[in-house]
Ligand binder design. Structure first.
Ligand code: GDP
Ligand code: MN
Length: 379
C-alpha cells in the first residue's frame, strides 16, 4: 500500500524529522489562503500515488501569489502517469544548494533492512541506479542491533563532510529506521533530503510503502488507503471470500486453491495463452461464491473466455456445477466457458453441466488449449 507525500511527511513530522510547513489544498481558494499563511515563495506539488511528478510538471516553485494560483490551476486536474491530480500540497519554499537521496527497504540478498544513500539526489533514483550505480551507497542494517548511533553516523559521514550536518543527518536516519520498523513499511524514501541555506537538514519529499500483510495491526495506516479501481475490485473479492488479482490477458480463470490457480495460469502460458486474472474461490465452495466469481470475471472487459478448473477435494464438483448453473440463470453470459471438473463428485458435476449443453473437457491441458482456441476465434 502506498500513501501520498503529505501523509509520509506527517509521519516524519510525528517522529520529529524536519519537514517544511505545508498545507494540503483541493482548490485555488485554499491555495490563496495557504500562501497567505505560509508566506512566499511556495512550492505547489501534485499529490498522486506515483513518482516523477517533478519531471511531469507536477512540482512548481512560485514566487508570487499570482504564480502560485497559476501553478495550482495548471496542476489540479493534470494527468500524471494515469493518475488525475485531485489535491495539491502547498509547501513553504526552501532555499538549498544540494539534494541527497536516502531510503530504506528490505534486501533479500542480505536478508535485512538496507539503508541506501546517495549524493545524487533530486533526480529519479532509478536513473542513478541505472547510469551510475556506484553513486548509491548501501548499508545493510543488522536486525539484532538495529540502526545504532554508530551506524547512523557512519552513513552520515559517507554523505556529508560537515560535522554539524552529520549530527542532524544521523539523527534523521535513526528516526527513519524507527518509522520503517514501527509502521511495517516496505519502503521509506526521502528524495530530496536537502541542506538549507541556513544549514538545516530537511526532508523536502517523502515516500512510504507498506506491507499489506501487516495492515491488520496498522489501523491508522490502513485508514490512509486510497485503492485504485483494480485494488477496489480485489478488496471487494476478498470480502466475498475470493482471492482475486487482475492481470492483463484475456482468459478469465476460476479455480479452487491457490496452488491450482498458479498451475492453471502456468499451463495457459505454456500453451501460448494469457490469463486475465488469478482467481481462487477457495476450499468448500458454495454456489454463491461461484456466482460472485462469475460476476467478477464478467466485469473485466478484457475477458474473452472463461476457464473453470475445479479439483474436488473438500469442494464438491456438483456444488460448483450447481453454482455455475444458478449463476448462468441469473446473469447474461455471452462469452464461451470451458469447464474442467475432477475429483470429488466430478461425475455428478459433469452430468449437471452437460445437461445444460455446456461443453466439458477431460484434462487440464485440454481445457487450456480449448480456452486458447476459443480466445483466438473471438479476435
Ligand atoms: P518528485 O519529482 O515526485 O520526486 O517530487 P519532489 O518532491 O522530489 O520535487 C521535485 C524537485 O522539486 C525536487 O528535487 C527539488 O529540486 C524541487 N523542490 C521541491 N521542493 C522544493 C522547495 O521547497 N524549494 C525548492 N527550491 N525546490 C523544491
Ligand atoms: Mn522526490
Amino acid at each position: 500500500m502506498k500513501i501520498h507525500e503529505y501523509q509520509s511527511k506527517e509521519i516524519f513530522s510525528n517522529y520529529s524529522i524536519p519537514v517544511t510547513n505545508e498545507v494540503l489544498c483541493y482548490n485555488v481558494d485554499e491555495v490563496k489562503a495557504a500562501v497567505h499563511k505560509l508566506g512566499l515563495p511556495v512550492v505547489i506539488k501534485a499529490q498522486v500515488l506515483t513518482g516523477g511528478r517533478g519531471k511531469a510538471g507536477g512540482v512548481k516553485l512560485a514566487k508570487t501569489a499570482e504564480a502560485a494560483v497559476e501553478a495550482a490551476n495548471n496542476i489540479l486536474g493534470m494527468d500524471i502517469k494515469g493518475y488525475t491530480v485531485e489535491k495539491i500540497l502547498v509547501a513553504q519554499g526552501v532555499k538549498f544548494n544540494k539534494e541527497f537521496y536516502v531510503g530504506l527497504t528490505i534486501d533479500r540478498n542480505t536478508k535485512s533492512v538496507i539503508f541506501m544513500g546517495s549524493k545524487e539526489g533530486g533526480v529519479e533514483i532509478e536513473e542513478v541506479a541505472k547510469d551510475n550505480p556506484e553513486a548509491i551507497l548501501k548499508f545493510p542494517i543488522d536486525p539484532d542491533l538495529g540502526m545504532t548511533p554508530f551506524m547512523a553516523r557512519k552513513i552520515a559521514f559517507a554523505l556529508f563532510d560537515d560535522f554539524q550536518l552529520v549530527k542532524q543527518a544521523s539523527d534523521i536516519f535513526q528516526k527513519l529506521y524507527k518509522i520503517f520498523l514501527e509502521k511495517d513499511a516496505s519502503l521509506v524514501e526521502i528524495n530530496p533530503l536537502v541542506v538549507t541555506d541556513e544549514g538545516k537538514v530537511m526532508a523536502l519529499d517523502g515516500k512510504m510503502n507498506f506491507d499489506d500483510n501487516a495492515l491488520y495491526r496498522q489501523s491508522d495506516i490502513e485508514l490512509l488507503n486510497e485503492p485504485t479501481e483494480d485494488e477496489r475490485k480485489e478488496l471487494a473479492a476478498k470480502e466475498s471470500g475470493l482471492t482475486y488479482i487482475r492481470l492483463d490477458g484475456s482468459i478469465g480463470c476460476m479455480v479452487n486453491g491457490a496452488g491450482l490457480a498458479m498451475a492453471t495460469m502456468d499451463i495457459i502460458k505454456y500453451f501460448g495463452g494469457n490469463p486475465a486474472n488469478f482467481l481462487d474461490i477457495g476450499g468448500s465452495s458454495s454456489p454463491q461464491k461461484v456466482i460472485d466469481a462469475m460476476t467478477l470475471l464478467l466485469s473485466d472487459k478484457n475477458v474473452k473466455v472463461i476457464m473453470i478448473n475445479i479439483f474436488g477435494g473438500i469442494t464438491r464438483c456438483d456444488d460448483v456445477a450447481r453454482g455455475l448453473i444458478t449463476a448462468l440463470d441469473e446473469m447474461k453470459v455471452d462469452i464461451p466457458i470451458v469447464i474442467r471438473l475432477s475429483g470429488t463428485n466430478a461425475e455428478e458435476g459433469l452430468k449437471i453441466i452437460s445437461e445444460r449443453n455446456l461443453p466439458t473437457v477431460n484434462s487440464l491441458s485440454e481445457a487450456a488449449q480449448e480456452a486458447i482456441r476459443l480466445c483466438k476465434a473471438c479476435n
